[in-house]
Design a protein. Sequence first.
Lengths: 255, 196
Amino acid sequence: MSTIHTPTSSGHHLVSPDGKWYWDGVAQEWKAQPGTTATEKPAPPKSEPARGLTSFTGNVRSADLAEGQAVLVWARWILIGTGLLLSFWSPKDLGTLQVQLAAIIALAFGNFYLHVQLLRGHPALDTVVYAASLADIGVVTALVLVQGGYQSPVFIFYFAAIVGISVAFPTWLTAAYTSLVVGVYGVICLVTAPIADDPAVFTRLLMIAAIAVCGNLFARSEAKRRADAIRVHSELLDEVEQRSSIGGKENVASS
Amino acid sequence: MSQVREVRSAKQAEQEDLFFGQTVIVWARWSVIVAGIVLVLWTSTSVSLLTQTMPFFLVLMAVNFFLHGRFVMGSPLNRFVVTVASVVDLILITAIVVLWPGSHGLNNQFFVLYFPVVFAFALVFTRKIEVAYTGLAMLLYAGACILAGTVPFDLGNEDKVLVMRLIVIAAMGFLGNYYFRIQRDRLAQAGKAAAA
């Protein structure tokens, strides 16, 4: 919000560019300037026009998701790198290897695009990120199914995928994705695992959920800390401005 | 990540991160405790086995009640105690991998208990400590598998599975700490932007 740092007319508060609103840091809201006939609050800043490969439909980019995208992208690179290494390590049969390599390479292309967008400073749209994470889960599930379900050792890549999701996505989406993973993998295990291994299945599912809870808990806690830090600074700033106006001193911004 | 000057001193930042992040470690430990208790109750085949294994989890539960209680009361424990408790988690999980009746080492399926513990630790501590902790977890797990005689070192399927699991343990630590550093940077930026 560049507007709050560009006071234009008043020396006592941060004022919107049209001069009709001032920012009340204590109440954390825009208020109408006395003696003006303000009818609308300042419009939010316009989003940048989409260009080239960034022109997917919609323009929603959440700040938290944009920051969390870096974790998602690196989690996916780990999945891709490890998947490639292990695919070439004592492959069992041609069909399995073909499915593995096709899925991993497709994932690598998608991740390359997302990584380039991040490096250019244009994080991908929310919907694209959500779809990419669904693709991660789909690829891991496909590999698990190809390798015999419960017996497949690649289920551990669910953990890497859930780590990224838990820190980047809002709580309800994290819960939805985690439920999807637990549900799908749980069904696969129930069908393919011997009854004696049910405790191991339970442990796997519980730990997937635990990772999601820990990651999301931390992300929410950090968001709150950040909001608190900004609020405290704004309150202090506003208090200083109010004191300077009461004391008759000129505000720095108006000098 | 752009370099932003911290408003807080490095020591203050670490203390605050530990204060606010401790809850994640506590919750990760709760997940391990719940899993352990359910497994003990579920898989015990005799009274003696149940009475021998359950006390470990009861002690861990008591410790975590204490840690969680201190956190809720606003006086969480210091870095040393948190680190020691986290190392005890690793030792306990390794003991499960080595000693659990039925399957040992690489064949034991409870290695997944390492994941939330390593991830939660990485969300709270600085990179050097996190690397040491993650390395310790990998070392303990690899040692447990080798000690149990389940790794043939023939570059076959067992070796491959071990490498895969070690990579994912490392990934948990790396991703958790990477996110931790992003968040610390954002917090610094938020403070700087508001102060500007």
